[in-house]
Design a protein around this ligand. Structure first.
Ligand code: AMP
Length: 275
């Protein structure tokens, strides 16, 4: 596995590859990330993973400062997963303009998480555009866990005629249903016990109003609980940690079938439909 620490090394490496499957991450890798890597290895000749904690998408300094860093473990996991190369840029490499140039979407990015995290999606879209321009991947893999992000990246690809296929990958959960997230490791023991309630409640088939009450009664501070297409999306804070999740949902207010818990082993290699 090749480590690419700067843009020059990245460009030379990418130029020597026929077709790249790309998995952008912020590190602190878990089975959710590895499911994207697995999908990429099944669908691409070579797989490039980037690890970059992108400061421009953090709306709170504390969240950025406390973001977990497990680089050595991450590299061990990626090597064992058959990844060809890992790109490890720093801020100066990726932002020679010091973020004077930004990419923004002015509609959906303002809703849901965007309404609670000003500038978040500008940071996400800007860094993903930079990475796409550098890597020029044939396919890029994103998790449905960050459903709004996935929709916005697909929208950006369409709007700017980017020659990359965005492949959505299903949410990977812990055994108790909690959607895997790098932030979960910052939950206290008590919060970790409460956290799976979020998934249980949004999969319960109750009315939205009832679910709102249940989420708050469980001890969460609710940011939003709303439907978007055939999804029910939630964001709620437990202590200091903001959790997001989503499940398939139909207008009859009941789930057609229970949400399947997926582990990396059962994660399909074929994409599911997001739009
Ligand atoms: P992050 O490192 O949080 O920026 O996430 C990198 C990628 O992994 C994004 O496309 C996320 O949507 C995806 N991801 C994170 N957690 C999960 C999960 N539990 N299941 C599936 N994909 C995930």
């Amino acid at each position: 596995m090749v480590l690419l620490k700067n843009i020059n090394e990245l460009k030379v490496w990418c130029a020597s590859q026929k077709s790249i499957g790309f998995v952008p991450t912020m590190g602190a890798l878990h089975a959710g990330h590895l499911s994207l890597v697995k999908a990429a290895t099944l669908q691409s000749e070579t797989v490039l993973v980037s690890i970059f904690v992108n400061p421009t998408q953090f709306d709170e300094v504390e969240d950025l400062e406390n973001y977990p860093n497990t680089l050595d473990d991450d590299l061990t996991l990626l090597k064992a997963s058959g990844v060809s190369a890992v790109f490890l840029p720093d801020f100066d490499q990726l932002y020679p303009d010091d973020y004077r140039y930004q990419l923004s979407e002015n509609d959906f990015s303002m809703a849901l998480c965007g309404a609670h995290r000003p500038g978040h999606f500008d940071g996400v879209l800007t860094v993903v555009m930079k990475l796409f321009n550098l890597v020029k991947p044939a396919k890029a893999f994103f998790g449905e866990k960050d459903y709004q992000q996935l929709r916005l990246i697909r929208g950006m690809v369409k709007a700017f005629f980017l020659d990359v296929e965005v492949v959505p990958c299903p949410i990977i959960r812990e055994k108790d249903g909690l959607a895997m997230s790098s932030r979960n490791m910052r939950l206290s023991k008590k919060e970790r016990e409460i956290a799976p309630q979020l998934f249980k409640i949004i999969s319960s088939g109750q009315s939205i109003e009832r679910m709102q009450k249940m989420i708050e009664a469980a001890g969460f501070e609710l940011d939003y609980l709303t439907t978007q297409g055939d999804r029910l999306l939630v964001a709620a804070t437990l202590g200091e940690i903001r959790l997001i999740d989503n499940v398939p949902y139909n207008n009859l207010r009941t789930l057609k079938k229970p949400v399947e818990l997926r582990s990396v082993e059962t994660c399909p290699s074929k994409p599911s439909n997001v739009e």
